[in-house]
Design a binder for this molecule. Structure first.
Ligand code: ZN
Length: 261
């Protein structure tokens, strides 16, 4: 089994900030992809916002089992057409990991259907991520808590739908708390939101954080065939019903008419 994984990196701060460049000389996307490739079951590559179609062509997405998304400063520059293309792949069964400031990405908001807003503060605070779901596959091999010496604070309330499962809750030095590891399913696709990863700190060099990313890719992987008919709405005529039935009452739709959208 090989999980074909694509890391989308916005690649903006790496160009504009020396601090970020020093931490991630080849870009955050490249650091994340390299860390995923440590696992023999993962085959990770990366694409960036600046590439044609942001690197997320129909062919690339068709060959992607799990997509990882890091964006922040340029969410608005992601083309709506590409967002719809990614959403459809998630409904078909592609896994999606949304990292840190990706909470405001078009694709996450599209799939959540809520504002995905939160409180924040950039003050280099200590963050403690408590593993509150000890046997969850995303927590495999982790201690009972992950400590990050410096992180950006994200605070509740986080306006997302109630998740199917919560794996981590964060505490910050200033007193706020945050649901930091959230599992969702949309269509046939599994989605994991993971909070840490502010670009000014070395979060993606932390071994526990990288373990979470590798675990999450494996959790989000759907080995089944893509549910490519996920957006179809076929009519089943009376004479094709599995059991014989007689048509009764009013009929609004013309025979053979397409479903209304
Ligand atoms: Zn940030």
């Amino acid at each position: 089994m090989t999980i074909r994984t694509t890391v989308f990196g916005e690649n903006v701060h790496e160009q504009t900030s020396q601090v970020v460049r020093d931490l991630y000389p080849n870009g955050m996307h490249s650091t994340i992809a390299d860390a995923l490739n440590v696992d023999p079951s993962i085959e990770a590559s990366w694409v960036t916002l600046q590439m044609p179609e942001h690197g997320l062509t129909v062919e690339k997405l068709a060959a992607t089992d799990v997509l990882v998304w890091w964006g922040h400063a340029a969410h608005g520059e992601v083309k709506d057409e590409i967002v719809e293309r990614v959403a459809k792949r998630v409904w078909e069964g592609m896994g999606l990991l949304v990292l840190h400031s990706g909470h405001f990405s078009k694709i996450f908001k599209r799939l959540m259907g809520t504002p995905c807003a939160l409180k924040w503060r950039e003050a280099g605070e200590r963050e403690r991520l408590w593993v509150i779901n000890r046997n969850h596959p995303i927590a495999a091999g982790l201690p009972e808590k992950i400590e990050l010496d410096m992180e950006e604070m994200y605070g509740e309330p986080f306006s997302v739908p109630e998740p199917d499962e919560t794996v981590f809750i964060s505490w910050f030095q200033g007193g706020e708390v945050f649901r930091s590891g959230l599992c969702y399913k949309r269509g046939a696709g599994k989605i994991f939101y993971f909070r840490p990863g502010h670009e000014a700190y070395p979060t993606y060099h932390d071994e526990n954080v990288l373990t979470v990313l590798r675990n999450a890719v494996k959790w989000a992987y759907n080995p089944g065939p893509a549910w490519t008919a996920v957006t179809d709405a076929p009519n089943v005529p009376v004479d094709k019903a599995l059991e014989p039935i007689k048509e009764r009452g009013l009929t609004i739709h013309a025979k053979g008419a397409p479903g209304l959208r």
